[in-house]
Write a protein that binds this ligand. Sequence first.
Ligand SMILES: [Zn+2]
Length: 340
Amino acid sequence: MPDPLDEKYSRQVLFAGLGAEGQARLRASRAVIIGCGALGSYSAAALARAGVGRITVVDRDYVETSNLQRQALFDEEDAAQSLPKAVAAERHLRRINSDVEVDGRIADVTPSNVEQLIGGAAVVLDGADNFETRYLVNEACVKHGIPWVYAAAVASRGLTMPVLPGRTPCLTCVFPDLPAGATETCDTAGILNSAAAAIAALQVADAMKIMSGALDRVEARLLSLDVWENRMHSLSLGQPRPDCEVCARRSFRHLAGQGRPQITMCGRNAVQIHEHERGLDLRALAERLRPLGAVQTNDFILKFRVGPYQITLFPDGRAIITGTTDPAMARSLYARYIGS
Ligand SMILES: [Zn+2]
């Protein structure tokens, strides 16, 4: 009888660039996906199908109906239950491939947890929706010598670039400062699912080269495409910048917590409050809040609707406050209903 594993990955093993040895390396690898929105959804599913041994998906948000147009890992049931994306992703990935060890982490990526989250990874895939998180991931990966693949998509456009620390330019080499247009988000410009899928597919190809050991196929380049305007462009990057603050001077200011605090949420009229790191008893809180507004809970979060606002609380004390983009208003709502 043929080995069922051989059968499962047979078409991939037949590809000369991978072969049985490449497949064995994928199986022995751990990939960490930072953010499970449109990009993270596609990338996580592709890596699970490809037989990557261990996949960690980190996400701070929960599934909403407006995500389903592009976040291919989730369905209407996940949105109806407001499941955290990390939880829903873990469930779906296990159904896609039971051979893969999947670990969904409900967390905001911060200077205090990023190194622990990426520790032991063969590759890190960027599925974040903001540059602060990307700079943080870049610094942590450069510091620990872990390859990572930058990716971003908005409207009909996308960008991706692999970073092999010490060998190819890092994110700070290419974007020493926040790039112009980086403030444009899927909130303001929308996003086509095909743009995200195309960029995620290119990101996955680089991640698979890295995990399977085909580093000679990883190019120092920034690839951009526009699925609406029919454009695809590869910009060769050459060597890392000798004066790069991060990969040359090894100064990690985002890791040291000096970056701008990340409080707004992409694609949302919402603010995240995460300075309250403390355990919350969501059940007790639900009882206390019930007379004041509409309360909905599941095993992972508590949603509290009051007036035009919705406060979504996580057990670690973090909250996403929808209905405002004003951090001061969000903080005052938090203090009023949850405590200061
Ligand atoms: Zn650099």
